[in-house]
Design a protein around this ligand. Structure first.
Ligand SMILES: Nc1ncnc2c1ncn2[C@@H]1O[C@H](COP(=O)(O)OP(=O)(O)O)[C@@H](O)[C@H]1O
Ligand SMILES: [Mg+2]
Length: 282
């Protein structure tokens, strides 16, 4: 995924067309060409030509059944979200890709305002109970809507947790979350010398999250970063608020996951239930 190069090659009309798709994606999975033409103020034939070109670049996917329409691919939604971050003056340019997984693509970037940061582009949506209900009420939630919601959820959780051991978060646009670059390694890649202390630092942090009303929802050795400066917890799209359907079970699962990892990897015998009780009773 070469976003920087693609970004540089995009013309003014292409941005207007992507903008028109974005504005309508809550109402349509495939936004009708007529509507794109109307919102972008570009003639229908020209819109079709540009959409063909954007489809060759894998930025959009077009369909011709029932009506002619267009939708973002993951690449296209990310490109457009990047455009918004730049337009709003958050970042100047995007750098190298740091990693791409099933759920996200993470890029290095530089910002005059914030210094070195990362942009995380969300790929999937996480269906919580509330979303399943929403789906019933409002019809199909397609890829773009879900990825945007996932980014929003991560942004919201990080906002609530600022000041704790999480990245400083700067902005959310589309499926992109802009945050501080943490110079540390994932827990599963390192062998820590003081596992007892590191596990307690993580559990203390989970307790602080809880007291701010947030449960991580996907806590594991993959979503904890460690360095000699301390620990950070990342990756919050699955987070839920304390009080939301199932929060207590999810908190317990988080604690169980991380304690089990330490017990196995470092041959420790930390008791899961007392770790949970300590968090809930503080
Ligand atoms: N703020 C950050 N600073 C440094 N590295 C990060 C940051 N956010 C994410 N990463 C890196 O990108 C990877 C994927 O990010 P993560 O938020 O865990 O998303 P995913 O849902 O794809 O697991 C992380 O495992 C980490 O290596
Ligand atoms: Mg992760």
């Amino acid at each position: 995924m070469n976003l920087a190069e693609l970004y540089g090659g995009m013309g003014k009309h292409s941005w207007k067309i992507l903008d028109a798709i974005f504005r309508n994606l809550w109402d349509y999975e495939y936004v009708p060409v007529k509507l794109i033409s109307f919102h972008s103020n570009i003639g229908e034939e020209k819109v079709k030509n540009i959409l063909r070109h954007l489809s060759d670049l894998r930025v959009v996917q077009n369909k011709r059944t029932e009506y002619e329409g267009s939708t973002f691919t993951f690449l296209g939604l990310s490109l457009y979200s990047l455009y918004r971050l730049v337009k709003k003056g958050h970042i100047e340019a995007i750098g190298k890709i740091m990693g791409e997984g099933k759920e996200s693509a993470v890029f290095n970037c530089f910002s005059e305002k914030y210094g070195e940061c990362v942009v995380k582009f969300h790929k999937v949506g996480h269906t919580s109970f509330k979303k399943v209900k929403e789906k019933r009420d409002y019809g199909d939630l397609h890829f773009s809507v879900l990825a945007i919601r996932s980014a929003k959820r991560e942004y919201r959780a990080l906002k609530k947790l600022q000041g704790l051991a999480v990245p400083v978060v700067y902005a959310w646009e589309g499926n992109a979350v802009l945050m501080e670059l943490i110079d540390a390694k994932e827990l599963f890649r390192v062998r820590v010398e003081n596992p007892d202390e590191v596990l307690n630092m993580i559990l203390d942090e989970v307790g602080r999250f809880y007291r701010r009303g947030v449960v991580h929802g996907d806590l594991s050795q993959y979503n904890v970063l460690v360095s000699s400066d301390g620990v950070w917890i990342i990756d919050f799209p699955q987070s839920i608020d304390v009080g939301e359907e199932g929060w207590e079970e999810i908190l317990k699962r988080d604690v169980r996951n991380i304690v089990t990892y330490f017990n196995r990897a470092y041959r420790m015998e930390k008791d899961i239930n007392s770790a949970i009780n300590r968090i809930l009773q503080e």
